[in-house]
Structures are given as C-alpha cells and as structure tokens.
Design a protein around this ligand. Structure first.
Ligand SMILES: NC(=O)c1ccc[n+]([C@@H]2O[C@H](COP(=O)([O-])OP(=O)(O)OC[C@H]3O[C@@H](n4cnc5c(N)ncnc54)[C@H](O)[C@@H]3O)[C@@H](O)[C@H]2O)c1
Length: 327
C-alpha cells in the first residue's frame, strides 16, 4: 500500500470507495474534489472518510487551482476526477468535458512529473473503444474509435498521460484503467442500475433507450477498487488495462435481475437509441490478471442485491424516468 495517496474525484462514486479502501489499509489520503462538502452527494459519499484522522479533504478545481500542495509527497496519484456521462457530452456541456477530462488531466500529470510522483493511476473508460461486434471482447490493443465526445476526451486524457510517461526522462509511470460500466452503492443517479432499482422500488417508469438489446459489461465497484489499488504498485511504465467483469448482460436481462432482487418488476417506457451509446461493451480481462493479479469476484446478480440493500438503507426516494447505460 502507498504511504500517502492523492485521490482526485474523491467526492464522487468510485473515488469515495477508493478513499475508504485506502484508509482501511492504513494509507494517508489526500482527497481532492471541486465540490464543496455542503453540495450534492459529497458529504454523503465521504461520510466515513471525513471522520478519519488519516484523511484530508481539499476542495480544488484541477482546471485552474494550484496543485502543488495537494500533490506534494504523494507516493501515488489516483486520478478519478472527470466529467462522466455519454449523452450530455454532445451538447453545450462539452467545454466541461474538454476542460475537466483533458485540460485538468494535463495540469495534474505535469505537476506529478514536476514533483517526481512515482505513479499516476488514471480512470479511463471502455467508451474509448466505440462500437464493437456482438460477442467481441475488447483487448487493450484493439482499435480505439470512440463514438461520443465523452469517449474522445477520455481517450485524449489517456493518451496524454501515456505520452508523458513514455518520455525518456519521465519520472511518473502511468497505469490507465479502462473501467467498464461500474455500479454499486453510491452509483451516480444518472446510471442504469441505480435508476432501475428506484423504478422497481417506487414504481415510476424507467425510460429505456432502444429495444433493450444493448449489452454492458457491468463491473461491481469493490472489484474496480481492488484493481485500482493493485495498479498503484504494479510493474509498469505506461500501460492501459481493462477493468471489466468479462461478461456482458443485456438491458432486458439486467431489468429481470433487478426485478428478481427487488421483488417487483421494473416498469419501463421505451424510446429510441441515443447517439453515442454503443451496442455492447465486453472486456477482455486477461491483461488485468497478468499485470494486476486481478479478477472480478462479484457477478451482476450478487452486485445488484448489494446495491439494493444499500439503497434501502440510504436513498432519499426520488423516482426518475431517464437512464444512462454507458460511461
Ligand atoms: N462510473 C462508471 O461506470 C465509469 C466508467 C468508466 C470510467 N469512469 C471514470 O471514472 C471516474 C469516476 O467516475 P464516477 O462514476 O465516480 O463519477 P463521479 O461524477 O461520481 O465522480 C467524479 C468526481 O470528479 C469531480 N471532478 C470533476 N471535475 C473536476 C475538476 N475539474 N476538479 C476537481 N474535481 C473534479 C466531480 O466533482 C466528482 O465528484 C471518471 O473519470 C469517469 O470518467 C467511470
């Protein structure tokens, strides 16, 4: 375990789980996010970290604030901050995607290099692959042809970090992890499983884009955290590694799984496919096994039950009618 870790995007879904896991393993954690603790989910996501003596929260915007103090002394930087979500990336929000995913990553990477941080672990995305053929598993050396502005910015961030790390005199090595649709407690409220669970529990119809045949390689957040921790110390200079369960489930199958877990079917209404949504994602997880010694442990049925149990304990009820299937 790193002695001191910087986690960017710590107030978000995956970042907050990563901080919890690092603290449980005895690391000192500087958690960075642009959110004030009185806004959105930040305080709720960080409920256990904030009381921990080895945790320090810094409210910093990676796009323009000074990063020197936050980065100082870090053994590893976990860079999870970013603007997620495929569909909104087409619209007027694109400058947010460009600045939060690309410019911010460049500023952080440059600061890591300047301060000789040994390792940066980057949260990249399966969205960099674009459309794949049915049943095809994405290997890390497959062509990258993102079909959404979000995917383009994630690919740019990945390539930027790798370019830094491949320079002859580079001091910061990089592991870019391509996360495949992550779910579990604290999942962003715009994502499919969270919305489907709320629809099953509270009855408001879930809007399903397309005919339900889109497939996703859903990956449970605890598995993603394990891979991310392993990436801190893995033998690597500039690597891209898939973090996906290696099994894809269609939206229709997923809604059946959610319905069984919740004891009530998911009410739905359908609308057409959205631009940027790929037909399927499916990871080839072998490289993660070889380099990180990682394999997923939580299948979708088990993960959905855990997500549901958390939701029943914590969620303020607010049924909604849209969904996000890719990230
Ligand atoms: N959730 C998924 O399924 C998924 C899949 C693939 C990749 N990813 C990537 O993983 C990372 C985390 O995703 P998440 O689902 O936890 O998202 P999230 O939105 O819950 O967390 C992201 C956090 O980053 C912070 N942030 C954004 N821009 C910032 C900036 N300029 N300065 C400081 N903080 C900033 C946000 O405030 C937020 O708290 C993202 O980079 C995302 O692109 C997520």
């Amino acid at each position: 375990m790193p002695g001191r870790a910087l986690v960017t995007g710590v107030a978000g879904f995956i970042g907050s789980h990563l901080a919890d896991a690092l603290l449980r393993r005895g690391a000192r954690v500087v958690g960075l996010d642009r959110l004030p603790l009185d806004r959105g989910c930040a305080a709720a996501n960080l409920r256990s970290s904030l009381g921990h003596p080895a945790f320090e929260y810094v409210q910093t915007d990676l796009r323009h604030d000074d990063l020197a103090t936050a980065v100082a002394g870090a053994d590893v930087v976990f860079h999870l901050a970013g603007q997620p979500g495929v569909r909104p990336s087409w619209g007027e929000a694109f400058p947010e995607y460009l600045t939060c995913n690309v410019l911010a990553t460049h500023r952080l990477m440059a600061e890591c290099e300047k301060q000789h941080v040994p390792r940066l672990v980057l949260a990249s995305s399966s969205s960099v692959y674009g459309q794949i053929n049915a049943g095809e598993r994405c290997r890390e050396d497959a062509p990258t042809r993102p079909i959404s502005p979000y995917g383009v910015t994630k690919l740019a961030a990945e390539q930027l970090c790798l370019a830094f790390a491949q320079r002859p005199a580079a001091t910061t090595s990089v592991v870019a992890l391509r996360y495949f649709t992550v779910y579990g407690p604290r999942q962003r409220a715009d994502m499919l499983i969270d919305r489907a669970l709320r629809a099953a529990l509270y009855g408001a119809p879930l809007r399903v884009f397309g005919d339900g045949s889109a497939r996703r390689d859903f990956t449970y957040v605890d598995d993603v955290v394990c891979a991310t921790l392993a990436a801190a110390t893995a033998e690597a200079r500039a690597e891209v590694i898939n973090v996906g369960g290696g099994r894809s489930v269609s939206v229709t199958e997923l809604l059946e799984i959610v319905g069984r877990a919740a004891g009530a079917s998911v009410p739905t209404c359908s609308t057409h496919d959205q631009p940027g949504d790929v037909g399927a994602t499916l990871a080839d997880p072998r490289k993660a096994g070889e380099i990180l010694g990682w394999k997923p442990h939580v299948d979708v049925a088990t993960g959905v039950v855990r997500h549901l149990a958390w939701m029943r304990r914590h969620t303020p009820v607010s049924p909604d009618t849209t969904e996000e299937v890719a990230s």
